[in-house]
Design a protein around this ligand. Sequence first.
Ligand code: HEC
Ligand code: HEC
Length: 292
Amino acid sequence: MSVRQRDPLSGHETTGHEWNGITELNTRVPRAIWWAVGLTHVWALGYWVLMPAWPLVTTYTKGVLGYDDQTRLDRQLAAASAERAARTQPLATLPARDIRQEPPLMAYVAGTAPALFGDNCAACHGTDAAGGPGFPSLVDNAWLWGGDADTIMETLRVGINAPHPETRSSQMLAFGATGILSDPQIRTVVSYVRSLSAGDGQADPQRLAEGKAIFAENCSSCHGENAKGDRTIGAPDLTDDFWIYGGDEASMVATVKLGRQGWMPAWEDRLTTADRMALTLYIQNLGAERAR
Ligand code: HEC
Ligand code: HEC
């Protein structure tokens, strides 16, 4: 037991310990600290009772206030999507030409469509929607199926050669691989087709006449007598100098020899009707801008 002593200078009690003539003061813990400790304990006890606090084996103490972040988040999300649905409702129900008359709706389209396009379409059609080898441009006014809003909406809904029960289907036959046409015949018909656009101005008339005959017999059923294409079956216009797979001789010979079958996903289950309408209007606007 140490003997209680007071430090003559400060008046505090000492602990009674002394090292080399230095005694240790027995200073009290300040009152404010005791209060703070006391109050935080009371606060913690109150919190345990009121709020979710202690983990149990399979659940946790819920607290008498019934506060739950998950429920609150769910409610906020539901409210946000209801608000969004109310705003996008006209996009899902009005015809495109009526939507165009409504500046607030078009402002919404301008705000959302570029990101939608970037996330869902740009990987194939390019960030500027101008396409690339194997993927058609959506802004060149050369349509496989058609560029009016209803047709684009339908293309987006069901896809092309997609695993959707109502998908649009199309196929360019493989005339070489199936032995329907010989290599020289393929080159001849390709010369003819290229002569219809900017392509093969040099080909001799005899060869073009032969090509024309091959075309009439093998190709016109899909691409049309005049090679202007057929939008009911997605067969492209071969006279317009817009090419999905390339208009040079080698690409065209490959197309006719081996066939082609582009694949475009169906978006019915992946994008809402309003989103698809926003994309449709966006594509049409890009095309109109480009035409200007
Ligand atoms: C996986 C690649 C891919 C993605 C992703 C894709 N497309 Fe396509 N899309 C294609 C291909 C390939 C075709 C042409 C199919 C063919 O050659 O018959 C096409 C055709 C189209 C057509 C028809 C064009 C016409 O001339 O009639 C439209 C419209 C279209 N896409 C819009 C979109 C939009 C909008 C998106 C984004 C929601 C999108 N595509 C995403 C590959 C894709
Ligand atoms: C059964 C219908 C059908 C027949 C027959 C057919 N085509 Fe096609 N052709 C298509 C379709 C559909 C496409 C588009 C394929 C795609 O985009 O995936 C196409 C695409 C093409 C293309 C590529 C166009 C581009 O933009 O790159 C060329 C070239 C072509 N056809 C030439 C011919 C020639 C030449 C013949 C006759 C020897 C022929 N086709 C016969 C349906 C047909």
